[in-house]
Write a protein of this length. Structure first.
Length: 267
């Protein structure tokens, strides 16, 4: 739950949060709005009682990105923050069982969707910057611990999240070389209690499932979406002004040592 007495440190800034209708995206959108940002929740699933305004958006479609950016600049006049959060697991297929169709679907959303989000974030933030020299752009890409450590499955998901990690570094370096005041970082959660785990909750029960996955983390529990939202908020704000090209790990220490009991599905 978002506290009511938040600061206005993001006052005047405009943010896009993809996949913002639920989970980490919804928590992030609420936190950004609570700190003064005007938030556009971009999702295929309509947001219910969320902050800001909703935009029906397919992250895998370049035309959808073009339309979203044009509408945002026409209505808001600027773009300061983009959180590329939308993603899918695509099942638990391993290198032998994953189909080409499943692979392509996961890459289209998790990898290409983030690439398009970065591409159009830069374009929108550049249009904000020239006549507003104080404008600062921040791109935050949600990856996973699956983008840091190997796993036998889910193969397509792991590959897509690894792509997000290095894409974020490439974008950060490019923006720095171009002298754009735009930062880009990736966030790597462990298990977070979001709708992505609903199939498991339905199969074994919510509390039992959370206890099982929580036991895979040295810290002893899963994360709540707002805890990841706080990480994104920090990266979106000027408090992280010297942080770019970084991978911020928020995983309850799961990647800090020898992993004997791998998390079945990260994030």
């Amino acid at each position: 739950m978002v506290a009511a007495n938040m600061s206005g440190e993001l006052s005047g800034r405009v943010a896009i949060v993809t996949g913002g209708a639920s989970g980490i995206g919804a928590a992030t959108a609420a936190l950004l709005a609570g700190h003064g940002a005007r938030v556009v929740v971009a999702d295929l699933q309509e947001a219910k009682d969320g902050p800001g305004r909703f935009a029906h958006h397919d992250v895998a479609s370049e035309e959808s990105w073009k339309s979203l950016l044009a509408d945002l600049l026409a209505n808001e006049g600027r773009l300061d923050i983009v959180v590329n959060n939308a993603g899918i697991t695509g099942g638990m297929g391993n290198p032998e069982t994953t189909t080409v169709e499943a692979w392509q679907r996961v890459q289209a959303i998790n990898s290409e969707g983030v690439f398009l989000g970065c591409k159009y974030a830069i374009q929108g933030m550049k249009k904000t910057g020239p006549d507003k020299p104080s404008a600062k752009g921040s791109i935050v890409n949600i990856s996973s611990i699956a983008g840091l450590i190997g796993a036998a499955g889910p193969t397509a998901y792991s590959a897509s999240k690894g792509a997000v990690r290095l894409l974020s570094k490439s974008v950060a370096l490019y923006c720095a070389e171009q002298k754009y005041d735009i930062r880009c970082n990736s966030v790597h959660p462990g298990g977070v209690d979001t709708p992505i785990f609903n199939p498991l909750w339905q199969a074994v029960g919510r509390e039992q499932g959370k206890a099982f996955l929580g036991s895979r983390h040295p810290i002893g529990r899963m994360a709540e979406p707002a805890e990841l939202g706080e990480v994104v908020l920090w990266l979106a704000s000027d408090r992280s002004s010297f942080v770019s090209g970084a991978e911020i790990v928020a995983d309850g220490a799961i990647t800090s040592g020898l992993q004997r009991r791998p998390l079945l599905a990260a994030r």
